[in-house]
Every structure is written in C-alpha cells, then in structure tokens.
Design a protein around this ligand. Structure first.
Ligand code: R5P
Length: 285
C-alpha cells in the first residue's frame, strides 16, 4: 500500500504508513500565481493500492483531497481509497431551511467520484453514508478513546446532549462506570438551555465526551454546570477537535484534561486514529 498524505493530515499519514509498513509518498504542493492549488505525487504509484489521507476541515483541504485522489488514479494506481479522518461539512446532512444544499451529499458524491471507497472516522451523522454508491466505512473510535481513559480515574461519563448518549454509554460500559447525559434544549437560534441529570457530582472525576468540539460553546456550558455542582476533576474528550476561533484556548484553562484525536492534528490530539485506520486499510478489523 502507498499512503499519500494531504497537507491537512501529514502527521497522521506518517503514523499510518509506519504502522502498516507502507510507503509514504512524496507530494509536491504549491500555488499557481493566480492562487490556484497545484499538487503532484512524486513517488511511483503505478499498479499499487493507494490511500490518500486528508480531512475536509476547510474548503482548501477539500480541493487538495480531490486533486490528490485524481492524481493517484491518473498515475495508474490499481485502487484509490479516500481516507477522510474528519469529514467536514457532514453537519449539514439535511435541508433545515428551503434553498439550502445537502452539503454532506455534495462532499460524498464528489469524493467517491475520484475514489473506489471512502473511510472516515465517526462522521457526525450516519445519514451521509447513505449518499454513497460505493463502499463508505465509518470507523468508530469508541474502543481507542476508552482505552486512553482506562487508567485516568474517571468516575462517570457525561454526554452534553442525548444525541451523544449512545457513544458515552458504550465508552462507560468498556470502563465499567456509569454514563449520563445533559438535557439540552434549543430555545431559539441563539439560546440553548442545559440541565444536568439528577446525580451527585460533588467530588467526582467526570469525563465529558462529544463527537466534535467546534466553537466550544456546548462543552464550556457543560463544564460550568459541573463546576457549579461540585465536580472535583473535569476531563473533556471529543473525536474531532475543530476548535473554531481557537476555542481550545478558552476550554483548556477550565478543565483538567482536554484530549481529542488526531483526525485533525493539533495541540490536544492525544488520542490517535492511526491504529483504527491502519486496520481498516489492511482489512484487519
Ligand atoms: C452537536 O450535535 C454535536 O454533537 C456537538 O455537541 C456540537 O457540534 C459542538 O459544537 P460547538 O462546539 O460549536 O458547541
């Protein structure tokens, strides 16, 4: 297998290549004078199975991923897998207001146009997978995340909403601790009300888990509620640390531990998706 790294996933691609004993391809990247992106795979990929690893966190990341997928195919690879650790745009998986696109459908159809299969990690909504006509695998990071917290003395797990409760419950089962969720109600576009479950949090070490941290608004509210209710230690974890507007800088001083995965590489990427991706690529799950 040949791993082609997109610039959004350089560290992760190197880890995956290392774990699999695969070749890490060399890629040339530059901008044309008019600002358009140029990529070129410098390593030989003819006849080989290629996996391009790159997320779609930004518009530029998306363009680079498509260009690399096409480059791999045009260069004569035998198969091309698109590994999209963080599948951006998946939160718009339906039409909320008339006139909107279904963004996650656009992303899926575009990516599969240039690849034979897609692998992603904990996509925001599984509905997106139904938009694909080829193989589209959504990897769960529940086991890997749970193992990260095994020896970190967590008393209970809390999901910031009922949508994430299933995930919290599965992690809690692995760690043999209880799980709860916050009752989150949207009042209007700007106001969200959150109520803790009726549990005694005082003196407890609580782990809040979510699929994604973006503006951090959800997590910050949850952390404040827990502090007001006497939690002694607060750890926060999510699969994808988007950290829009550097929200990690606001969250970090409020909590004891902030750990996200390297689906988006950053300062808090303490949990790696490399093992799960390597196993999926080698069909060894
Ligand atoms: C909501 O459905 C998600 O699970 C996250 O809780 C949400 O997307 C986080 O967004 P933010 O960090 O902007 O509150």
């Amino acid at each position: 297998m040949i791993i082609v790294p997109a610039s959004s996933s350089l560290g992760l691609a190197a880890k995956v290549a290392n774990k699999m004993g695969a070749t890490l391809a060399e890629v040339e990247r530059k901008r044309f004078p008019d600002g358009e992106m140029y990529v070129r795979i410098l390593s030989e990929v003819r006849g080989g199975e290629v996996a391009v690893i790159g997320n779609t966190r930004s518009d530029a990341d998306f363009v680079e991923l498509l260009l690399l997928l096409n480059a791999a195919r045009e260069a004569g690879s035998s198969s091309v897998t698109a590994v999209v650790p963080y599948f951006g745009y998946s939160r718009q998986h339906m039409i909320y207001k008339p006139g909107e696109p279904i963004s996650s459908k656009v992303m899926t159809r575009s990516i599969e146009n240039f690849s034979d299969r897609i692998i992603c990690v904990e996509i925001h909504d599984e509905e997106t997978i139904g938009f694909a006509s080829h193989q589209f695998k959504n990897l769960s990071l529940i086991r890997t995340s749970s193992e990260y917290f095994r020896d970190r003395e967590i008393d209970l797990i809390l999901s910031p909403d009922d949508g994430g409760y299933d995930r919290a419950k599965k992690m809690a089962e692995i760690l043999s601790i209880p799980a709860y969720y916050i009752d989150k109600k949207r009042i209007d576009a700007k106001t969200v009300e959150m109520h803790l479950p009726k549990v005694d949090f005082s003196g407890k070490s609580v782990l809040i888990v979510d699929d994604i941290i973006s503006t951090g608004g959800t997590i910050i509210k949850a952390v404040k509620l827990l502090k007001d209710n006497g939690a002694s230690r607060i750890s926060v974890s999510a699969v994808h640390g988007v950290f829009a507007k550097d929200s990690d800088r606001i969250i970090e001083p409020l909590v004891d531990l902030l750990a996200v995965s390297d689906s988006i590489d950053g300062d808090h990427s303490l949990i790696s998706v490399a093992g799960d991706i390597s196993r999926a690529l080698s069909g060894d799950e």
